[in-house]
Design a protein. Structure first.
Length: 134
């Protein structure tokens, strides 16, 4: 087993005791992302659509830092403080993912860090290739 810690300045820095992602062989575990703007480490301005978009942008930056992309995502977990926003997740997710879509769960939660309304994490399995050493 080969374990690599993934870190990129193109996504928010960890705000706790965790890594942005961990790659074990070809499997990558992406930590939960909330809608923080990487440059300012503050929540993105705007409505839930802006928050969802920022979360996908953050996850995409971490995925790319692993040498992969969203086509490698096999599982996506979505945490929402209001499940009524789930149709918006579906609409925006369609801009980032192509069929076949990853497995997915949507979980309603009472609260998220920093007052965010959405958080997502993911699991990826990278294609056979050379990966960044990280």
């Amino acid at each position: 087993m080969t374990k690599h810690i993934i870190q990129t300045d193109n996504a928010p820095q960890a705000i706790g005791t965790y890594s942005q992602a961990v790659r074990v062989d070809r499997t990558v575990y992406l930590s939960g992302q909330i809608p923080l703007v990487p440059a300012t480490m503050t929540l993105v301005d705007g409505d839930i659509s802006a928050q969802i978009t920022q979360v996908f942008d953050n996850l995409q930056a971490v995925a790319e830092a692993t040498g992969g992309d969203f086509s490698d995502v096999v599982k996506l977990n979505v945490f929402l403080t209001d499940l009524a926003h789930f149709p918006i997740v579906n609409e925006i997710m369609g801009r980032y993912f192509q069929p076949p879509y990853p497995a997915r769960a949507a979980i309603g939660v009472a609260a998220l860090p920093k007052g965010a309304e959405v958080e997502m994490d993911a699991v990826m399995v990278l294609k056979l290739q050379e990966y960044p050493a990280s």
